[in-house]
Design a binder for this molecule. Structure first.
Ligand code: SF4
Ligand code: SF4
Length: 278
């Protein structure tokens, strides 16, 4: 069972839900932190990191002596990552999406494949939770290839902590999941971003359920929207002093509050029974 945990915007408790669910599940689960620009699940889970693997991208390497200046590579590159000045080819690394088009179409074999490291995967464990996070290198802009590599680490029971929003990295993190838990808060902003995310999940054909965080603040609009759209509200987490204390201490609240361990364990069981596509 692959469960993605997503939110239309940051700061609504998505990572908290992902970590607490991983800790409350009965089976050994793999928690993938795919928020590769700023992974922070490790701050709550505190895993022992055992292994780091670079994530390379295959980018063009220019061989000036073979180039005739024909310009074919410039025509082919949809990302404007190349510029030709006479027979000198400039490659703008950060704009290259590693599609391989210029290498394939260069008639003189003046472009060959080289590696550029754009991030790392860090793997470890916290108790029975196997943990893997992706982290982009400083200054890199391409999150999708790092998340793609991270998804190769998923197993039979996997929870994916997604990046916030509805952009390409989120799509890469969510697609193919059996179910998506959408974490939101009961405010107009929360409802707006929830709508966008639900529309995206419908296009991806990933079934969804909602978790409302800080459920006793704000208004009823999120629940009304869920009712109208037939989206189940699976859990409501109140604005609770004990939960806030746990968060401030950097401790997942299922570790301190048995009733919440039970609530997340029940949620996991419910997802296993009903949430998975046939
Ligand atoms: S690999 Fe693709 S994106 Fe990169 S420079 Fe070549 S054509 Fe452009
Ligand atoms: S396609 Fe090859 S030969 Fe033509 S300009 Fe580009 S690198 Fe040079």
């Amino acid at each position: 069972m692959i469960v993605a945990v997503a939110s239309g915007k940051g700061g609504v408790g998505k990572t908290t839900v992902a970590v607490n669910l991983a800790l409350a599940a009965e089976e050994e689960v793999i928690l993938l932190d795919s928020d590769v620009e700023e992974p922070n699940a490790h701050l709550l889970l505190r895993p022992e990191i055992e292994k780091e693997t670079p994530v390379p991208l295959l980018v063009p390497v220019f061989h000036r002596e073979r180039c005739t200046g024909c310009g074919k590579c410039i025509e082919v590159c949809a990302y404007h990552a190349l510029a030709l000045i006479g027979r000198e080819l400039l490659i703008f690394d950060k704009m290259c999406h590693a599609c391989g088009g210029c290498i394939y179409f260069c008639p003189e074999k003046a472009l060959t494949e080289g590696e550029r490291v754009i991030g790392i995967l860090q793997e470890g464990r916290a108790g029975k939770v196997r943990f893997v996070q992706g982290r982009m290198s400083v200054g890199e802009a391409l999150a999708v290839p790092v998340i793609k590599k991270l998804r190769e680490k998923q197993g039979a029971h996997t929870i994916i902590d997604c990046p916030p929003g509805t952009s390409c990295p989120v799509i890469q993190a969510v697609k193919g999941a059996d179910f998506c838990l959408v974490v939101t808060e009961p405010t107009p902003f929360g409802q707006h971003d929830l709508r966008l995310l639900i529309e995206m999940l419908r296009v991806l054909k990933v079934p969804a359920g909602v978790i409302i965080n800080r459920a006793d603040l704000g208004d009823e609009e999120v629940e009304e929207y869920c009712r109208q759209e037939g989206i189940p509200v699976l859990l409501k987490i109140p604005f609770d002093l004990e939960i806030a204390r746990s968060f401030a201490a950097g401790v997942p609240f299922v570790a301190r509050l048995p009733r919440w361990r039970q609530a997340f364990s029940d949620l996991w069981q419910r997802l296993k029974r009903k949430g998975v596509r046939a």
